[in-house]
Write a protein that binds this ligand. Structure first.
Ligand code: DX5
Ligand code: ZN
Length: 230
């Protein structure tokens, strides 16, 4: 099965689904990391792209996405924390992104960017920083394949979870009542303690960085996180 088929399947998988954020992985051994994560049962990888402009931090860019694409069939969920996402969507798709999300705060042209991602054959989503209300994206929710709710201010791994964002899930679900297959994702500060409230609030995909990479056993981290959701 290729990455496109695996991506389509993600929309049928039972949830919760944990997506490792590679921000803290061993970048000298990307292939080994991808293999370990796949063997540990994760079904997709979350890639945090930071440009030092939209967020005050730099991570990595197209070449890392391209390199990962060569060594894994896991769907690549690319979280763009960049100014001018429209300018880079085609390049990230070309590099191998299967899912592309961009910040509502980074552009006024939500419709244009969502449509551009989908025209390229990728799944598209919009991201809300903690201070951005659901009403800012209400008009485009039905164009989205997924919506990503940040539970920390985008820019850095290892921050503390902000429970006040959890109310957004019920709001999003209400706006998306005509779109039952909309996936709701959460990112930031997800760990054994925050899994359960996040899932109860309605998060289906949970991005986890330090909660996985602080452990040497990725499979045990996966099992423990899923158990904590119960
Ligand atoms: C933050 C990133 C997250 C982050 C998750 O801007 O989008 O994906 O790396 O890391 P933890 O789980 O450590 O908050
Ligand atoms: Zn992220």
């Amino acid at each position: 099965m290729n990455a496109t088929d695996c991506t389509a399947l993600l929309w049928q998988q039972s949830t919760p689904l944990i997506l490792p954020s590679l921000l803290l992985c061993d970048f000298a051994n990307l292939q080994r990391e991808a293999e370990h994560l796949e063997a540990a049962g994760y079904r997709a990888l979350h890639l945090d792209i930071m440009d030092g402009v939209f967020v005050p931090n730099l991570s990595y860019g197209l070449s890392v996405v391209k390199s990962l694409r060569r060594v894994t069939k896991l769907p690549l969920d690319v979280h763009l924390m960049i100014a001018n996402p429209a300018e880079y969507v085609d390049a990230f798709r070309e590099a191998g992104a299967d899912i592309i999300t961009f910040h509502a705060e980074a552009t006024k042209d939500h419709v244009g960017v969502l449509e551009r991602i989908q025209r390229n054959g990728a799944k598209a989503g919009i991201v809300l920083n903690p201070g951005t209300p659901v009403s800012d994206v209400a008009a485009v929710i039905e164009l989205c394949d997924l919506v990503l709710v940040m539970s920390v201010q985008a820019g850095f791994g290892g921050q503390s979870f902000r429970p006040e964002v959890l109310g957004k899930f019920a709001e999003l679900r209400a706006f998306a009542s005509a779109k039952p297959n909309l996936i709701l994702e959460i990112d930031g500060g997800i760990n054994l303690a925050t899994m359960k409230p996040a899932c109860q609030a309605g998060a289906q995909w949970l991005v986890v960085g330090s909660g996985i990479f602080a452990h040497s056993d990725y499979a045990a981290a996966h099992r423990d996180l899923l158990a904590a959701a119960q």
